[in-house]
Design a protein. Structure first.
Length: 380
């Protein structure tokens, strides 16, 4: 066809008025034009065609059109469904590629040293310094601290307060390493989830006018209500006070800020002389080294709690933020051999091997990876 007819056909495609046969013709013809360079593109025309193809592809699998260069995922837990989407994105790359393919080793070669995901495990340090390794073993009695009984119950630690006279107070610490997480029930019935590389120090019985614990890393709480004994969480010089509520505290040292996210109830967040009361669905943000408390009125609660619910949820996340989570959960070191400016949106099961998570990100064609031992290399 001549140029006038071809451009008219392109315009019908962009307007959504092309027939199915014309659509197929455009999509088969496009890659040849890109490779051979025989078509004189008008300003912005090539980008319009790419966007239209992308929208058509995503519409066929029932998804919303994303911003350019972003991987978009429906919230699905099935790796099989994820694999189908990878295939579709890779096929789309045949049409959307603007540059020659990168020279890069095969998937089998780059992921020869695959890494399995983390699991439930922790170290319990008893009063006096004795340590106990915890895992997913069946229920057993670990020991006693005064009149309090300590049980390991299928992947969680449980404290059962004894009856009778006022109990003697001991302090225990539960610590997770990289690649581990664990669940704890405190003596008052409060439930605690520790993310990887986190810790909590607590008494074996709450006998005073308050219930106070100290944490590091990332911890989620479901606090047992007790109007007479407020529950206080201390992380460095930040203090969260509650009566009965559910909330998440993220204060990893490699993060930009300490974040307290309220799911239900009400909490008071304090740092130095600054203080703020959170309502459900709000997040208090304290930048590292700063004293002011910023209130985010619309945080993504699903993304905040994804780790507790068994997934990674990246919402417009940079590669550094993603790889921080990868380091902690897979217990690996990350080496950057390129700078990736693109952001990603993805929902990936936390029980996936590392290679599968990385290949989902690679499907955007914005980044590649290589695993060597316990190191992950970020490649162009």
């Amino acid at each position: 066809m001549d140029a006038t007819t071809a451009r008219a056909l392109l315009q019908r495609y962009l307007d959504g008025n092309a027939s199915e046969e014309e659509i197929l013709l455009i999509e088969q013809w496009y890659q040849q034009l890109v490779d051979e360079g025989h078509w004189a593109w008008a300003e912005g025309e090539r980008q319009q065609v790419e966007s239209a193809m992308e929208a058509r592809l995503l519409q066929q699998i029932g998804m919303e059109t994303p911003g350019r260069h972003k991987l978009v995922w429906l919230r699905k837990k099935s790796l099989a469904i994820a694999a189908v989407f990878i295939l579709l994105i890779v096929v789309a790359g045949l049409f959307f590629s603007r540059t020659k393919p990168h020279t890069i080793a095969s998937v089998a070669e780059r992921y020869r040293d695959d890494v399995q995901p983390g699991h439930s495990a922790a170290v319990l340090t008893l009063s006096g310094g004795k340590t106990v390794l915890l895992d997913n073993s069946t229920t057993k009695t670990i020991g006693h601290q005064g009149s309090t009984v300590i049980l390991s119950d299928s992947g969680q630690l449980v404290y059962q307060a004894g009856a009778g006279k006022a109990p003697e107070i001991f302090y225990n610490t539960l610590t997770t390493q990289k690649g581990n997480q664990y669940h704890l029930t405190l003596p008052d019935g409060t439930k605690v989830w520790l993310n990887a590389a986190s810790s909590i120090t607590y008494p074996t019985a709450f006998t005073g006018k308050e219930r106070r614990v100290a944490i590091s890393g990332e911890v989620y709480f479901e606090v047992m209500k007790n109007q007479q004994k407020p529950f206080i969480v201390q992380q460095g010089d930040m203090r969260v006070e509650v009566l009965g509520t559910s909330f998440n505290v993220n204060g990893y040292g490699d993060g930009e800020a300490l974040r307290t996210t309220l799911v239900e109830g009400k909490v008071k967040v304090e740092k130095g002389s600054a203080g703020s009361i959170l309502e459900p669905g709000q997040q208090a943000v304290i930048s590292n080294g700063g004293g002011a408390i910023f209130i985010d009125h619309n945080p993504d609660i699903d993304a905040v709690l994804a780790w507790k619910n068994g997934s990674f949820a990246f919402k417009d996340a940079g590669i550094e933020a993603i790889m921080q989570q990868v380091q902690r959960w897979y217990n690996v070191d990350v080496v950057y051999q390129t700078r990736i400016k693109k952001h990603f949106i993805a929902d990936i099961p936390r029980n996936a091997p590392l290679s599968q998570l990385l290949q989902l990100l690679e499907a955007t064609d914005q980044v590649h990876f290589r695993i060597e031992g316990r190191k992950v290399f970020v490649l162009p």
